[in-house]
Each structure stands twice: as C-alpha cells, then as structure tokens.
Ligand binder design. Sequence first.
Ligand SMILES: Cc1cc2nc3c(=O)[nH]c(=O)nc-3n(C[C@H](O)[C@H](O)[C@H](O)COP(=O)(O)OP(=O)(O)OC[C@H]3O[C@@H](n4cnc5c(N)ncnc54)[C@H](O)[C@@H]3O)c2cc1C
Ligand code: SF4
Length: 495
Amino acid sequence: MADPKGFMSTPREEYPRRPVEERVRDWNEVYVPGALLPIIGRQADRCMDCGVPFCHEACPLGNLIPEWNDLVSRDDWRAASDRLHATNNFPEFTGRLCPAPCEAGCVLAINQPAVTIKNVEVAIADRAWADGFTPPSPPERLSGRTVAVVGSGPTGLAAAQQLTRAGHTVAVYERADRIGGLLRYGIPAFKMEKRHLDRRLEQMRAEGTKFRTSTTIGRDLTASELRMRYDAVVLATGATAWRELDVTGRELSGIHQAMEYLPFADRVCEGDLEVSPLSAAGKHVVIVGGGDTGADCLGTAVREGAASVTQLDIYPQPEEERDHDVEPWPTYPKIYRLSAAHEEARDLETAPAAHADARLFAASTLHFTGDARGRVRSLHLVEVDAGRRPVPGSGRTLPADLVLLALGFSGPDRHDGLIDQLGLALDPRGTITRDAGFATNVPRVYAAGDAARGQSLIVWAIAEGRAVAAAVDRALTGISSLPAPIGPFDRPMTA
Ligand SMILES: Cc1cc2nc3c(=O)[nH]c(=O)nc-3n(C[C@H](O)[C@H](O)[C@H](O)COP(=O)(O)OP(=O)(O)OC[C@H]3O[C@@H](n4cnc5c(N)ncnc54)[C@H](O)[C@@H]3O)c2cc1C
Ligand code: SF4
C-alpha cells in the first residue's frame, strides 16, 4: 500500500462511460477509451491491504486483490500482471463482465464505497497485453495424454488452457461456427468487444490447444467415439436450455427467446449479417425478465433503433442500499443497480410510459394478443404483490411487436443427444451430476461450468475450468500442481 491513508483522501472514481447519445450509435464498449489508466493508480491506493482480505474470499478464483492493488499503486505493472494471471486465465473478461462479488465483500464497503477492484483488474489486464507481458506459454514437455473439451465457453477455455500448459494434448470441440460460448454469441459486444476473446484464442493456439468448430458432439461425432479417441473428456457444454413462458398467445410470431435474438446482433458485429432478422428497429419491444440477459436485450434493442423498450421484472424494485439484516456485508446484495443499458434507456426515454429506466417492477405477464396475421401486438400484464398475487385493478396493456423472453436457463441442452448417449446422471435441476473430483458417473468423463453448476457467472466458469483441469491432470498423471480454486459443491457466500 503506497499510501496508507489513500482510502481517506481519495474518493471512489469509476471508469467513465461514453455519452449515451454517442455509444448507442455503435457496438463498441461503453467506456471512454484511455480514461482508466490516469485514475487507476490512486484508486488502487484506496486499498487498505487488509489482514483478512474479504475481497479475496468473495472471489471464487481467490484473486490476490490486495497484492495487485499494491503493485498498481507502485506502478509495477509487470508484477501486477503476474499476480493477476496467477489465479485467472482471462482477467480481461472478468474485468469487463463480472458483477464483482469482490467489491461487495471489500472491507471498505462496510461504511464507504468499495475499492474499484474490477477496474483495477481490467487496467492490469489491458496493460499486460499492451506491454507484451502475456506471451504464449507452451509446455516444456508433452505428457503423451490427450483430452477432449466439449464446449468453448469460459469453462472449456480455462480448462483447455490449464491442461495444455500442463503438457497434455487438448482439443476443444464446439458446435457453433466460432469459439467462445456465451462470450461469442450471447454477451453483447458493447459489454466486451470480441477482439479480447480473439486475442486470447490466438495465445491458446500458439500454446498448442486445438479448436474444432461446427462439430456437435452427439451428432457429428458420437460420445463413444470421443471417449475412444481421448484419455479424458471434459464436458463444458453450458446451461443453454431456456425457460418458457406458458401463457395464452405465446405461439404468436414476434415472440422470441433472448438467446434466439442476441446472437444475431453478435453476427452483425462479426460481419456475417448486415441486419439482424429479428432486429428491433422501429418496433415496440417488451423484454420479459428483469435479469442481466434482459438488460443485454435492452441495450441491443436500443442500438437497433427500437420505437420503445420496456423490461418487465416480476420482483419488486430493490432498495438502493443493502439491507444489513437480510443481506449483510460481505454477501452480494440484491440492490437497485443501473447498468449501462438501463442508463441508456433512461436518458433516451425509450419506455412507452414513465418508467425511469425502462424497467417495470412487480409486473407479471398475463397473455399476448395479436393481429389477423398472427403477429404479436400487445402484452397484457398485472402488478403483483410480494406473494405474486395480482393487485386488483392494476392490469395494463403495452404495445408489443417484438417480445423477448429472458427468464433464465434450466440446465444443459439435451437436443444433441450427448447426455443420453453417455447415460449421464443428472440432478433434479437437470444439471450433470459429478463427484468431489468433478467426475461424472461415466469413467474418464468430467463435467464443469454451467452444465454442472447451473446458470452462473464468468468468474465461476473460469474457476470451474481451472478446478476441473487440476482434477483431470491428477487422474492422468497421478499428481497435479495445477491450482483448484473451488470444489464442485462450493457456492457463493450468502447470509
Ligand atoms: C445473454 C447472457 C449474458 C451474460 N452476461 C454475463 C455477464 O455479463 N457476466 C457474467 O459473469 N456472466 C454472464 N452470463 C453468464 C455466463 O455467460 C455463463 O455463466 C458462462 O458463459 C458459462 O460458461 P460455460 O463455459 O460453462 O458455458 P457457455 O459459455 O454456455 O459455453 C458452452 C458451450 O458449449 C457448446 N456446446 C454445448 N453442447 C455442445 C455439444 N454437444 N457439442 C459441442 N459444443 C457444445 C455451446 O455451443 C457453447 O458454446 C451471461 C449469460 C447470458 C445468457
Ligand atoms: S477488502 Fe478491500 S480494502 Fe481490504 S484488501 Fe480487499 S480490496 Fe483492499
């Protein structure tokens, strides 16, 4: 800690966002390029280098946060990069996308704004790339063992990088035409530009990881063929089976799942399409679901030029401040948060009625009505109380030409036959069952990430990938020095 009184003299200052009117005209990240570095040293100086750093405990990766805060405040970027990469394969992803449970757990957050840990992380990661501190790190010797990783999201990529660096020959199989899982198709470019993903993939290729795209395991290659070819198989297939909304009118055209809608926008950014076939341009859009996926639909619809956008959340509007009795520090509280997309909706006044940031809370969808051609035209809703009972007289109708369902995901997709071909045991939620060593009920087959944990976060996915790699390495060689930051049954800190 270069300045022991930094937290008293320096107020929290975050990475500034570009003006709303400017950023909604493009798909680039919302931040002002170059604006972070000049402020980040003083921000890192706010860290108190706590004897018991709760930030570190709150992060599933066990990131060495006080250490890299100290190194940044001392301007030692190379050492900061080394410490950062010691626990995280892809800090440029988490530094952009993580909701930062570490900041909720920061000791400063007990009575003042937390250290801007996520901003420090992304500053180090970007500086490391700019200054060449992250060259490929191929293994010195090959083990002669082979591993197939199925799925190329953050779990599969972290597992593949760890196993490749440990000397195993690793091939990543992906059913999509590009590598990246939800980082590629799903998470919008305005949250993380795809060039960050491409740069990591280049590094991984140079280290020796092989990538096989447009290959669905279960269809293009059977599960048993894969088991025969490889010494171990890691399933990192995600939890992409979406939840449905069973109400009258669901069959009308113009009602789509968020994950049918979002990937088209990514394809426009990739240059595959000129315009999304589901573009919101000129349409009245209603997003059903108040979570982050819904917010991603909101930011996308705003950029596509929607006539209006409303996001429905069945939960009541959260409080601005943490309720210390219900969700005490250092847990991650459910409080009112204004994402970049909500800020855009608020400033552009895109909601048809006066909902400051496009969100309508405590709103439950009753049914849809359409026109003579079977196209959705309206969404009918009612306000609900805390017990989700309709509030009498609260019914209302919203214009809706495009409805996006963002209701979460129930578990791994079963359409490709992989789960049934292997005879994998599933838990009651539909996710893949594994033991304390990440092993499924099928010999030499391991499961990690959302496919086994259920819908989660990038930071957990990377932690899962690192941990399953350690388990596989140990099974293949009898011993492993790879770190295992979490066990399969670890969960986020709650009260
Ligand atoms: C729209 C959206 C936005 C999100 N935003 C954030 C965010 O901002 N921050 C955050 O922390 N988390 C976010 N999340 C959650 C986060 O993206 C996931 O928790 C994370 O991607 C899970 O990683 P994974 O590798 O386990 O699975 P995924 O990223 O889902 O990757 C699984 C991959 O497996 C492939 N696959 C599946 N079956 C097969 C098969 N049979 N053969 C070959 N390939 C197969 C899939 O095509 C996919 O590419 C978001 C989720 C969504 C849906
Ligand atoms: S809890 Fe906050 S102040 Fe303490 S070491 Fe972590 S980042 Fe620094």
